[in-house]
Design a protein around this ligand. Structure first.
Ligand code: NAP
Length: 526
């Protein structure tokens, strides 16, 4: 039964203020199929955070873990536990009644959990006497009440949700929505900013698009944010692991002066740019963070650039061309290539565009040779090839283009003052460099080699593909005794140039390369 007059329930003294000083900013949500598994996971995450959400609803019998919870909380006075027994209607697994939920939460409070989480639907469904009894029980144990709202479909009506919760005068207000766009994060952060002056608020948007809110909500005034114990143990869509929050995003060091950068694309989940740039920021003591941004449209991206705001963006597919009309200015090579992979927001709020893929190709080669007059064969005529060809021609190299679709090679070569070749002529030609810009050889692709062995006639072979690190083409080149450059070097060099554009400092290239290589090795082993 709905009880809108619950707002008139006598407020109980709020223990939240006292509790607040003990709360860490990262709450790790833990669930388990058995009490043993739940507790094992709790102990495993304690080194990362002493604020734990116990998803009791993940157990067949939610109260079964409470004796072990009591023992833990008696032994570890530094640990703060939030007991949650989310009902199915609220996105949880608990199939019992409201009365049963309240009873379990009361027992959890009695076992020492310092906070209990009650869904707004349950709070509104409870009768006045039921709620009064529940709050009296919490009062007795000195337990704080968190009332939560969850929307698993969208981000809308957050203000009304917060008001519904605040009507119960809980110690903590938790509003969770689902991000369908990057701009949805702005709505969540604004809600937190507005309400943090009068309530202890927690707010995040679930889903991959909601990452901004997870990382930045404490800066907006949220009491804490949520993370998963491990990748295979997430309790909500889009949840980030505690280690990623701490090591990759260093969310606890983000302050009002922290500059926010993004790498945008769709998909973007596997991008190594956040790892590479956040490592570089840390190494060079730059107060900045890079977040992966899954954008559905360029408009969505432009909204967060303007309103978050973002200091700069690494642009990946499919936005490299789409951003061009929105640039206040770009360097002449970027304009000729017709693709931009780096945005910098000027002090005037305007966007400036660069193409650092050019540096990604040129720098590794220039370290090994003077490019003027060198014969360079580029295989492929897509976006990456364009950056390479325009850049190499500008350095005075004699550039040849061969492509699966010959007409595309002809058109590109004409535009870039290069020469197109037909594949069947390659066996008779000799080059200083062969540069592969096709995805051939990339993990998961069918075609391993972009050309035949007798067509590999060059002193040096450069493969843009970096996963695997040693591609079939590089293996073949090495077997023939040729010098090689792997795609990681390009990835790091284009990133190093981005770092310079954004920070004005030289990039810690070795450290950037080290973490990218390590991550790729780990992926290969997984
Ligand atoms: P893209 O625009 O889609 O172009 C792909 C090119 O490869 C096209 O010319 C295409 O020929 C050709 N191609 C595709 N599949 C082929 C096959 N099975 N056999 C022969 N040719 C094939 O892609 P892109 O953005 O240029 O990226 C290309 C590669 O470079 C990707 O593997 C990407 O990961 C890599 N890359 C690496 C870096 C780095 O930092 N290391 C940076 C950028 C890109 P058609 O014209 O016939 O379709």
């Amino acid at each position: 039964m709905a009880n809108s007059s619950s707002a008139t329930v006598d407020p109980v003294p709020a223990p939240a203020s006292a509790l607040r000083v003990r709360l860490g900013k990262l709450c790790i949500a833990v669930q388990g199929a058995t009490p043993g598994e739940l507790m094992d996971r709790v102990y495993a995450v304690l080194p990362d955070s002493r604020l734990i959400e116990l998803r009791l609803d993940s157990l067949a019998k939610p109260a079964a873990a409470l004796p072990q919870v009591r023992k833990l909380l008696a032994e570890r006075r530094d640990v703060v536990a939030i007991a949650t027994c989310r009902r199915k209607a609220g996105g949880g697994q608990f199939a019992g009644s409201l009365a049963a939920e309240l009873e379990i939460l009361e027992k959890a409070a009695e076992a020492g959990c310092q906070i209990v989480d009650l869904e707004i639907e349950s709070a509104e469904q409870a009768t006045r006497p039921q709620l009064a009894r529940f709050r009296a029980a919490l009062h007795e144990t000195g337990t704080a009440l968190l009332v939560s709202f969850h929307d698993f479909t969208r981000t809308k009506g957050l203000e009304q949700a917060a008001e519904r919760i605040e009507a119960f005068e809980p110690d903590f207000v938790k509003v969770v929505s689902t991000a369908r766009s990057l701009a949805d994060n702005l709505a969540v952060l604004k809600l937190i900013e507005d309400h943090s002056l009068r309530s202890h608020v927690v707010g995040i948007a679930m889903g991959e698009e909601g990452l901004i809110s997870r990382v930045l909500s404490p800066r907006a005034g949220a009491i804490f944010t949520f993370a998963a114990a491990a990748e295979e143990a997430t309790t909500a869509p889009g949840q980030v692991t505690a280690r990623a929050m701490l090591d990759l995003y260093r969310f606890d060091q983000i302050d009002p002066a922290t500059r926010i950068f993004g790498v945008v694309g769709n998909p973007i989940g596997h991008s190594l740019s956040p790892l590479m740039h956040n490592t570089a920021f840390r190494r060079e003591n730059v107060n900045a963070v890079m977040l992966p941004l899954k954008a559905k449209s360029v408009d969505d991206l432009l909204t967060v650039i303007r309103d978050l705001p973002l200091g700069g963006v690494a642009v990946t597919m499919p936005f490299k061309q789409e951003v061009l009309p929105f640039l206040a200015n770009m360097d002449s090579l970027t304009a000729r290539i017709g693709a931009c992979n780096t945005l910098r927001t000027g002090a005037d709020g305007k966007l400036y565009g660069f193409n650092t893929d050019v540096a990604g190709v040129l720098r590794p080669l220039e370290r090994r040779m003077h490019l003027k007059g060198k014969r360079i064969l580029v295989i492929g005529a897509g976006g990456a090839a364009r950056a390479a060809i325009f850049g190499l021609v500008e350095q005075g190299a004699e550039v040849f283009v061969v492509n699966r679709t010959h007409e595309t090679a002809v058109a590109l070569a004409r535009k870039a003052h290069a020469k197109s070749l037909k594949q069947e002529t390659l066996a008779k030609q000799k080059f200083d460099v062969i540069l592969n810009t096709t995805p051939c050889g990339m993990a998961g692709t069918k075609q391993a080699l972009p050309l035949k062995e007798n067509e590999l006639n060059a002193s040096l072979v450069f493969d843009m593909v970096y996963n695997p690190m040693e591609t079939p083409l590089l293996k073949l080149a090495k077997a023939k005794g040729l010098a090689t450059i792997g795609g990681i070097e390009m990835f790091v060099q284009q990133g190093a140039r981005q770092f310079e554009i954004w920070t004005g400092k030289p990039a810690p290239e070795q450290e950037m390369a080290r973490v990218v290589e390590l991550a790729l090795r780990k992926r290969a082993e997984a």
